[in-house]
Design a protein around this ligand. Structure first.
Ligand code: ZN
Length: 135
């Protein structure tokens, strides 16, 4: 799976974003180790705390289908028609990624229709809280 393909899937998923309050529309495409892609979009709510990010929407779909092992997620977001150059995941979404993904190898792919940048989870979220802390 090429980064560009995964980012294009995120851009397509962004079309379904429900963002009547912020108008900041986001799509995400999550790639499993088996090569399957699960997509998600942000889903806002009048009670703001009930809002769900695109990344967690994609993880929820994948985990609900029994998936547990992931290699990359692409995220595309922005206020206008076109996605911004960079729409990094929020802290809560980083925390969800840290639950399931290897911080050294899991890739977070950001970009728009023309640019693609890739980071590891560890680069964007270097000191996560995890299961080790609960032992
Ligand atoms: Zn988020």
């Amino acid at each position: 799976m090429m980064m560009r393909q995964l980012l294009d899937a995120a851009i397509a998923a962004r079309e379904n974003a429900y963002a009547p309050y912020s108008a900041y529309r986001v799509g995400a495409a999550l790639l499993t180790e088996k090569g399957k892609i699960y997509t998600g979009c942000n889903m806002e709510n009048a009670s703001y705390s009930a809002t769900l990010c695109a990344e967690r929407s994609a993880f929820s779909a994948a985990v609900s289908a029994g998936e547990r092992r992931f290699v990359a997620i692409a995220v595309a977001g922005g206020k206008g028609e076109a996605a911004d150059e960079m729409a990094p995941p929020c802290g809560v979404c980083h925390q969800v990624m840290a639950e399931f993904c290897d911080p050294d190898t899991f890739e977070i792919i950001l970009g728009d229709e023309t640019k693609v940048k890739t980071f590891t989870l560890k680069e964007l979220f270097p000191l996560s809280f995890g299961a080790e802390e609960l032992k």
